[in-house]
Design a protein around this ligand. Structure first.
Ligand code: ZN
Length: 261
């Protein structure tokens, strides 16, 4: 039922449901980008899930011994091409009307040909499934919490929809991106808030003293430390406990500055 033109609107409704559940479980702000949020919590979109299940079912029909009378209904002939490159491709089913373009078999014949060669060449369904799972996008597990108001603010930094002037300005929620908490007339970017805004010098020193007590972070640059706090890859290996420790210090900073009350 998901492979039909008539239900594209329904798919959109389900995708929205996914998004709202993600919003609820992370307490993210309502204007958070769908793509960024699903990436953050590593959920597959509904469409990706359907494609995975669809092709699994298709492979099952193609590769397992289903009754001959049913099997013969499907024109599983491979394309006759001069090149070996396409030897595992299926001859496309032609849908006479647009209406059937997304119907199950028409779509699956198309999707099948997009699979990597070793998958298309597979003759055994169980092996096919193992390879198909291995081919799915890598699941990276983040160890974020989404419990407190501070977690929510921290998430909004990563989603780039925080209440910092620069984010608000980009979202059209503020007429200026200049910091309103200090006289420097600098843009209130995340970098300004975390490292430069003179209003929070005291809280900042406290945070940095703690973070830099970890020897390998003693001479870290501001940019790299910010990346580290936002969980972007940098070339410093931290033990999980050390990482949790610096995130804790950062969260205390967010709380102590009282910037987002
Ligand atoms: Zn400032």
């Amino acid at each position: 039922m998901f492979y039909s033109n008539t239900t594209l609107q329904n798919i959109e409704k389900i995708e929205k449901l996914y998004y709202y559940s993600a919003i609820i479980s992370t307490k993210a702000y309502k204007n958070t980008s769908r793509e960024k949020l699903l990436q953050e919590i590593n959920w597959e979109s509904f469409t990706e899930r359907c494609e995975f299940l669809g092709i699994s079912m298709f492979a099952k029909i193609k590769l397992t011994k289903i009754p001959k009378i049913i099997y013969e209904q499907f024109p599983f002939s491979t394309t006759l091409r001069y090149s070996d490159r396409y030897k595992n491709n299926l001859k496309q089913l032609i849908s006479k009307r647009n209406y059937f373009y997304n119907s199950y078999f028409v779509k699956m014949f198309r999707d099948w040909n997009k699979l990597p060669e070793d998958l298309k060449a597979e003759n055994n369904y169980e092996d096919f499934k193992v390879k198909l799972i291995a081919n799915r996008k890598e699941i990276i597990i983040n160890h974020y919490n989404y419990d407190t108001e501070t977690d929510r603010i921290y998430l909004s930094f990563r989603m780039k929809n925080s209440l910092l002037q620069s984010d608000k300005y980009k979202m059209g929620m503020s007429e200026t991106n200049i910091c309103i908490n200090c006289p420097t007339k600098k843009q209130e970017t995340l970098l300004h808030y975390v490292f430069h805004c003179p209003k929070y010098n005291y809280q900042r020193q406290k945070m940095l003293r703690q973070i830099k007590s970890i020897a390998k972070l003693k001479y870290i640059s501001e940019n790299n430390l910010l990346k580290l706090l936002m969980n972007n890859n940098i070339n410093i290996y931290l033990h999980k406990n050390e990482y949790n420790f610096i995130i804790l210090q950062f969260k205390s900073y967010i709380e102590n500055t009282k910037r987002f009350l």
